[in-house]
Each structure stands twice: as structure tokens, then as C-alpha cells.
Design a protein around this ligand. Sequence first.
Ligand code: 4AD
Ligand code: MG
Length: 481
Amino acid sequence: MEPITKRSKIKDLLTTEKTGTRVNIKGWVRTFRSNRFIALNDGSCLQNMQAVVDFEKMDESLLRRITTGACLSITGMLAESLGKGQDVEIIAESIHIYGDSDPEKYPLQPKKHSFEFLREIAHLRPRTNTFGAVLRIRHAVAYGIHKFFNDKGFYYLHSPIITGSDAEGAGEMFRVTMLDPVHPPVDEKGQTDFSKDFFGKETNLTVSGQLEAELGALALSDVYTFGPTFRAENSNTARHLAEFWMIEPEMAFYDLNDNMDLAEEFVKYIISYTIENCMDDLMFLTKRAEDEEKSKPQHQRSEMNLIDRLGFITANPFERLTYTEAINILKNSKPNKKRKFQFPVDEWGIDLQSEHERFLVEKHFKKPVILYDYPKSIKAFYMRLNDDDKTVAAMDVLFPGIGEIIGGSQREERYDVLKRRIQEVGIEEKGLWWYLDTRRFGTAPHSGFGLGFERMVQFITGMGNIRDVIPFPRTPGNAEF
Ligand code: 4AD
Ligand code: MG
């Protein structure tokens, strides 16, 4: 029989003074020491609740089933704890076992596991302290993002996930099709006939909700999207996922400067919000990272710990400079002169690699950097052409340890210029008739940007690999769980 007492979350028991009352908790056993102390965790917070068992009063066969990983319901009196490590504990009166766990086979032992190993058991890793902390912070970051925009009068716009257009024009899309993979219908030219497909045309998973967000901004003024995006780029790095979440605000009547101001205010707000709401988890992750740092050689250790780093970001203005200024700094930099960069910086117009971005942020300015006015040849078709006819009103926010965290721009609102740019870069104009239409009917100056959600969570949690800040990562060769 299950105990009748209403279940309490451990987080609530630790924050309200209820000692002397009978309570019930439910959760998973982390450890069971000396046949006496159960550490139970229900994920509501980092802390476990200690339940003290009087083994003389408990059924021995039941006690034997209390093992790491088992799921229990424990009823008893909440009492002040005399032991070290917790203020309160539960004096167990009755224990119900929902789910046994074979201690020999349970992959999560009460010890440190490598992140690589934990990725292989992603179905169980939320039960570890580190992933519990990361997932709670991930939630708080998402909530803080909605709060930021809601408080500013932005409307949440749901952009489609299945789309016929390639917003970024980079051709890195996952196809969505119902056609027979072995014998697809073909047209006269012998090519796959997508007019016979489910949507009557070729469709893909979206790489960005921006184009639709622009339609929303040109009606509701300020909107944002927050949804999954997909990129079939074969990048096996610690900062790339094939499926990631993006937040894309889009604002009518904003120029590039307004856009940069909002981006800076936005990321600072999210970090402050997390500091205010997730201190326990942040402290845990900070300690974890510090322990890890100790195993590195002195010159590779970071100067600030995680919490100090977060505080530093919120307290200092970001550095803003043009792409051209950045190229000059990079050209004359020590690593460039000593040929230490894998991609040497020799001429204006090159695309910046992450080694260049990280040099600017981590070595040169030692703070977040916003680069703007990039060469048009390395940026997307929708960015507003500057008067020099060479650069576009683009901006990227670069973060220490991460590199690019935000990409955005003022949009090309002039019909003729936009049409010309679409032709120049060789995108099919036909599929974008609706996008061009907004430039024919009441066009307006507008701007927006995209924040990579996982890169933001990665920065806030200090996790080294982006695969460890999303519950179930999708990367080349990996779609388990
Ligand atoms: O710079 P990106 O490609 O910009 C856009 O998609 C624009 N449509 C945004 C806009 O203006 N509305 O991507 C935006 C951000 C990047 O700065 C990066 O943080 C993240 O999305 N990102 C990725 N995150 C994880 N894995 C990947 N493969 C990513 N690609 C981009
Ligand atoms: Mg970008």
C-alpha cells in the first residue's frame, strides 16, 4: 500500500520550516549508508533529503531492496538533523518501494563518471548532480528569456518547423519527405518530382525562424521566436548540434545600433536572472569546474571562476568594433605574425574562424565583443547593404570560451536592393514571393538577431561540450534516445 500522506518536494521541505510534521517524499536513492541513512533525490533541487532508518524496526527484506537507483516513497517525521551536511532529515516510519534497481547492473554508481560515458546513458544522466543542475538551469534560462520579452511587450511568434525556404541560404537542411526512398517519382528530366510529395513541393526542417519572424514584426512591431532549428552541417565540434534551439527577436523600427543594444541587454538579463534564481546549482557547477581546472597546467587555467565570470559579463559593457577594425587587430596580432593561426589573416574579406574570434575576446579585449559591418560576401542575402556597397549591417556577439553566441543584422527593407541581392547570391526568388511582398506593401526598417540557446546555457553552466547542455543531443552519427 502506498502511504496516504501528500507528497512533498524536497526543495519545499528544505525551504519551509515544517519540522515536527509528518511528511512524505518520493524519489530515487543516491546512496544508502550503514543500513541507516538513505540519501533521496527527487530532482526538485540539487540537495538530497536524508531519511534515517531504524533497521531494527524495518523489515529486513525491504531494507535489502534499498539500493542506489531504486525509487522510493518515504513517510516520516521531519526533524532537525544532528548530523553534518543537512539541517533537516526524515525519521522514516514507513517505506514503499516503487521500483527496484539491481545494484550490480545500474550504470550510475555513486562516483564520478566521465561525460563521454554519461552521453552513452543519456536516458539516466539526468539523475546525476551535474545534469540535474544543468537541466534546472536550462529551464530557468528559458523561463527568463520569455519573461524578458514579455516584460518588454514582445509577442511570442511560433514559426514553422517544416519549411520550403532556406533562410540562411547555406543549404544545410534536412529534407522532409514522404516519397518512396527507393523509387521516388521522377519528372521528364529524370529528377525526383517533389510536386508529388506530401506538401506538393520540396520541404525541409527549418534552419531559422527569422523570415517568418520578420513577417510578424511588420505587423506586431516586436516579436520573438523560440523553437528548435536544424542544421545538417557536418561539424563535430564542442559547439555544434544538428538540432538546437534558437531565440530570434525581430523588431520593426530598430536599426543596427538598437539591435546591438537589445542583444547586450538581453544576454546580461538572462545571466542575471540565472544568478538570482539558480545559485545552488551554479555554486555546484562552479566547484565542479574548479576541481577540473586543478588538473590542468597553470597557463591553461581560467582567471575567473564560473560565478565571477558571469558577474563580470553583467557588470561590463561589451566591446563594439567593425569587422574592418577587427581584421586590422588580427593582422597585426602576435599569433598571426608568428603564423600561429591555422587560418592566417592576410586580407580584408576573409570569414573569421573561431580561433580569430576567440583571440579577440579572450586575449585582446578580455570581454564579450560585438563585431559589426561585415563584408557582404560572407553574410546572408537579407542583411541591409551599407552605403559603401561592400559591407552589410550585420552583427555577431562573441563570448569567451564559446565564440559566436549571437548572429543578427538590420534587414534589407528596400525592395529593389533585396531583389538584386537575391539574384546576386543565386537564391530561387520564386519561393520567396511572400518575403518580398512585405517590401512592396508598407516596408519598414527593421532588425533582429538569433541567440543559440545551447551556447548560452553552455556559457552559463561552464560545460565544455554543447552535447552536455541539451537532454538528448543530435549530432552527426548520433540520434539515440
Ligand atoms: O548566426 P546564425 O546562423 O543566424 C541565424 O540563423 C539568423 N537567422 C539569426 C537572426 O538574425 N534571426 O545562428 C544564430 C546563432 C549562432 O550565433 C549560434 O549561437 C547558434 O545560433 N548556432 C548554433 N548552435 C548550436 N549548434 C549549431 N550548429 C549552431 N549554428 C548556429
Ligand atoms: Mg552566424
